[in-house]
Design a protein around this ligand. Structure first.
Ligand code: SF4
Length: 282
């Protein structure tokens, strides 16, 4: 049987307006990165983009907002967007990625159609103060626990290659495992000239090793997604990441960087002999 690959698309529905100082993030207003910044997209646009993602084979659709966390306005907007998508697009797992969140806020999102919450731990607890000083790693961990406590699926992962040590990588993987998430995005740092972290300290071989370790640690049944930075590290060598244990990938654009065209990725998967998953296993 051919290996199934799950596709996930990201929609940045509120971009580039964050006051936090995460040194890897172009959406922080502090670093003046040359990105598109906008307020809420219209619900109609979000629904149309969801239909398009679905037509490319996406099973997961992630609604992302810039900023530290949810507030009343954001919760309401994401809930309305989720409800509108669910009414028009079938069989699309909806993921919200809106920063730190309380159990009440997450429960509200669930009631309005969100299936899963994405909140990445980003890096190890010990290294986190080197990449962000405006909020704590423990708040991130707590939000992940909140998502689970209200019955949402949890999607949590991190970014590798931000100057962290081998111990930090091990610690991050163990912390993710301790949350027992349904899916984990593995991102590989994409340097941007405006950001304080100027270069990436990860090679393709190290990335493959991380995918292998993650698969072993998280279990065979979980979704393991290679996300941002994939094109930089694996372009033309995607088989390596799937052989290592990845079974999901992001199609289309990332939050502020351009990804490969979905048609190109579909062709690549076909050529490698994989099947695009058509339903989420419960
Ligand atoms: S809180 Fe989120 S959006 Fe804001 S700078 Fe950090 S990673 Fe970027």
């Amino acid at each position: 049987m051919k290996k199934e690959i799950f596709l996930c698309a990201i929609n940045n529905i509120l971009s580039g307006t964050c006051l936090e100082d995460c040194k890897f993030c172009t959406q922080s207003v502090r670093y003046h990165a040359d990105i598109e910044r906008y307020n809420y997209k219209s619900i109609e646009t979000i629904v149309e983009e969801a239909k398009q993602a679905k037509s490319y084979g996406a099973l997961g659709y992630c609604l992302v907002t810039a900023g530290k966390g949810l507030d009343d306005k954001k919760v309401d907007f994401v809930a309305r967007a989720a409800k509108a998508i669910k009414a028009e697009v079938e069989n699309l797992n909806l993921i919200a990625c809106n920063g730190t969140a309380s159990s009440e806020q997450l429960r509200y999102l669930k009631e309005h159609g969100i299936d899963s919450y994405n909140h990445n731990l980003e890096t190890s607890e010990a290294y986190y103060p080197s990449i962000c000083t405006t909020h704590k790693w423990s708040e991130r961990y707590e939000t992940c626990q909140n998502a689970k406590s209200v019955g949402l699926q949890l999607c949590t992962g991190g970014i590798f290659g931000m100057g962290e040590s081998a111990e930090d990588r091990t610690s991050l993987l163990n912390s993710i495992a301790s949350l027992n998430p349904e899916s984990t995005p593995l991102n590989f740092y994409h340097p941007n000239i405006a950001l304080p972290i100027k270069s990436r300290n990860i090679s393709r071989d190290e990335a493959v090793e991380i995918v292998k370790r993650a698969r072993k640690l998280f279990g065979e049944e979980k979704l393991l997604m290679v996300a941002a930075g994939r094109e930089l590290l694996f372009d033309g060598c995607e088989e390596l990441m799937f052989d290592a244990g990845a079974n999901a990938m992001v199609i289309g654009n990332y939050l502020t960087t351009v990804g490969d065209a979905p048609q190109k990725d579909k062709k690549m998967l076909e050529q490698l002999g994989y099947e695009i998953a058509i339903s989420c296993h419960e």
